[in-house]
Ligand binder design. Structure first.
Ligand SMILES: [Mn+2]
Length: 262
């Protein structure tokens, strides 16, 4: 709830979080099928990286690559290929990947749930039938979809991590349950939690970088930094860059409409 965040007085939070020397980290927020913005932010990160001193790069995808936006299949393909350019590319598994993988087991009930939270766009992007998937029943989609999603996509998403710790930072998809040590967190919390994490003002030990909860601009708090700015509907995708004690944000935005088009 909003008022909680404003009326609680913030306990002191350790400042000066750092990434180990010689390393630079980029973490990209929820892409949700926007391959156009994904391609663009990689270009921007490449340029940003080239403009700085040489360092060992870690590129983190904060999860929710799929659903809602139009090109989930291409986003997964691009994410898999990132290792060629950024060998230390790491994927966090989001709640949408969890539901996608569950829908691929052939379970109709889990497919229905997946379709309800934006998975219909993912199914459309992978559908390879002559017929439109809209005309198929849930039972038919549940049976045919697993044959249309490449096995290497399933393997790639299935190998997604739940927590990545680097220096004084911890990267997760949704957040952590306050008061529980990082190594005791439940995957359900790491992938799904919202208010109990967002409203908590306590020091988590590590600075938590997360996606999952949409804000207009990156949500920089004393104990956490949210970088999901709702790419699928805002047309803007955010990433955070971290090096030493410094941090900065990087954005990709869709093309402005031509002024003379009106
Ligand atoms: Mn999410």
């Amino acid at each position: 709830m909003f008022w909680k965040r404003k009326t609680k007085s913030a306990p002191p939070v350790r400042s000066g979080h750092a990434i180990p020397e010689g390393q630079r980290v980029y973490a990209i927020g929820d892409i949700h099928g926007r391959d156009d913005l994904f391609a663009r932010i990689i270009d921007t990160i490449r340029a940003d990286n080239a403009s700085r001193a040489p360092a060992t790069i870690t590129l983190i995808l904060l999860g929710d690559l799929v659903d809602r936006g139009p090109d989930s299949d291409r986003v997964v393909e691009r994410a898999m290929r990132l290792k060629d350019e950024f060998p230390d590319t790491r994927l966090l598994i989001g709640n949408h990947e969890e539901c996608f993988l569950a829908a691929l087991t052939g379970d109709v009930r889990r497919l229905r749930y997946f379709m309800r939270i934006g998975g219909d766009a993912t199914v459309r992007s992978y559908w390879r039938g002559d017929d439109c998937f809209d005309s198929a029943t849930f039972e038919e989609v549940a049976e045919r979809l697993p044959h249309m999603v490449p096995a290497e996509h399933v393997d790639f998403l299935g190998r997604g991590e739940d927590v990545i710790e680097i220096g004084d930072y911890a990267f997760v998809h949704a957040g952590i349950r306050p008061g529980v040590p990082l190594d005791r967190q439940k995957p359900t919390d790491l992938r799904w939690i919202r208010d109990e994490f967002l409203d908590d003002l306590g020091d988590h030990g590590k600075m938590i970088v997360h996606g999952h909860s949409i804000t207009r601009e990156p949500d920089e708090q004393a104990n956490r930094i949210g970088v999901d700015i709702g790419a699928f509907r805002s047309g803007a995708l955010a990433a955070i860059g971290l090096e030493g004690h410094r941090r900065w944000f990087i954005f990709a935005r869709e093309e402005e409409a031509c002024a003379d088009a009106a």
